[in-house]
Design a protein around this ligand. Sequence first.
Ligand code: ADP
Ligand code: MG
Length: 569
Amino acid sequence: TAKKETHEFKTEVQQLLNLIINSLYSNKDIFLRELISNASDAIDKLRFKSQTDPEILGDDTEFKIRIVADSEKQTLEISDNGIGMTYDEVMENIGTIAKSGTAAFLEALEQSQKQETLTPELIGQFGVGFYSAFIAADKVTLITRAAGPEATATQWESAGDGSFTIEETTKDSRGTTVILNLKKTEPDEKNFTDEWVIRNIIKTYSDFVEYPVLMDVEKDEPIPEKEQVLDKDNNPVATTRKVITEDTLNSMKAIWAKDKKEVTDDEYKEFYKHISHDWNDPLTHIHLKLEGTTEYTMLLYIPSKAPFDMFQQDRKHGIHLYCKRVFIMDDCKELLPEYLRFVKGVVDAPDLNLNVSREILQQDRLVKNIRKNLVKKVLELFAGMEKETYENFYNEFGQVIKEGAHTDWENKDKIADLLRYKTTKSDDKLVSLQDYITNMKADQKEIYYITGDNLSTLINSPHLEQLKEKDYEVLLMTDPVDEWVTMALTEYKEKKFKSAEKGDLELDKVDDDKKDEYTTLFDYIKSNLEDKIKEVKPSSRLKDSVACLSGDDYDMSAYMEKILKASGQ
Ligand code: ADP
Ligand code: MG
């Protein structure tokens, strides 16, 4: 067999690990949640695989998570009979390769110089998972064997101090065991081998995990009368005795299947954290049971913070798909469009085929129906938010929502309703297109906008001089996708979008004789800038400035040209 190897943690991983240890010491409990969540994920994966490959389960068909606490040795073990990992998978998943976005996350932290005040909320946006074991342990050992015919197992071990060892080992059955060598605790601190401490944490964080979390506990059992030992007065010495029994610590109730009234706020929140890997509370949720031709239950959450990887290619989607409370898959991209990828939650569709594959899902009529419905409900949820909640939401997710304007034709109008912009008149406040239209001047026909990357440059742009004089409001668009949005929507409530930088503004009418007055000057300018400009024209758009550059109606704006150039197009 291969010998023991020592490897260095990837720098980012070690940095992250130090951050976790230093910032979460007052929030130690969550390590158990993370490890149970990994165990539950591993069983989910195996269950998914077993739907097409039932053989893979062998005779180990009862999924479970097991906890063994040893108060003498001060160790805590968390085991699962899930999918396990091969040697290469351990190398890949733990220690050597940082999760995508780790570097970006650390960099963002550095810039905000928040290291010392790092809160669980901040780090929660990232999701740290396995490494949280080092909050409670000074040594972590992981022993794992992948499901399937391969019989060798792998042992990984680290003290969280920069390196880990990895070697081949043996293990009787598939799955993963994580053994924590607990840090010394002060007498007034919680001891994580204590049954009630463990029960409590699991009740709080992991109650709805779908697989039983089992632990051997000591219980008092009544002693049958004929076995009782009697004292000299013929009274039993003891009527009960201690026995070790296996207890299930979680209720395993699928909260989406419950009646709304039976679910507390805290339960909703904890369930969110369980499925989203986010440590922050969600902004809001929607829990609905739909009956009729397409029957399904949805429990969807809107996060309060945008995830770090929202604009990364390999980001995951947030929907978990179930059929009658049986997990089918997570990361279900078929149920919501890309621009709603930040929505997390569960969809349980009883009529779905359990053996459904991702390929089939795309074709499935039922799935298409559900998707349509979900989008509708989610857009309604956004539209119905209180102003303040909505603005929080919009600041985090507005940029993604805008993608929908040019990808979701069916819901274009609803998406347009959701847009908010600062304007030349809004004093830094966000304004909806409806507000804009309501405030339009009597003689104003179009919705004016200007694009660029900087608000103050936009406000002072010479393009706006005449519009200002007319007292027309202009939308200030600073997001690169805004230009696409105006191109995709073209109008809102029959008012056309009109760039303040392009083409003839309706108000650009100039007397023809004025034109002649300047012919010599214009010819002179044109001859000097021949290959840079198309035309030189008089304009009443300007009031104080002498000249400005402007494009044709169907040209790109200067800002768009800049963006495209920067992206190499
Ligand atoms: P996340 O769960 O968000 O992916 P973690 O840090 O918790 O991140 O875990 C990293 C990876 O290690 C997981 O994605 C998984 O591939 C692997 N892993 C962790 N725990 C287990 C386990 N109990 N069984 C199988 N694989 C695991
Ligand atoms: Mg995890």
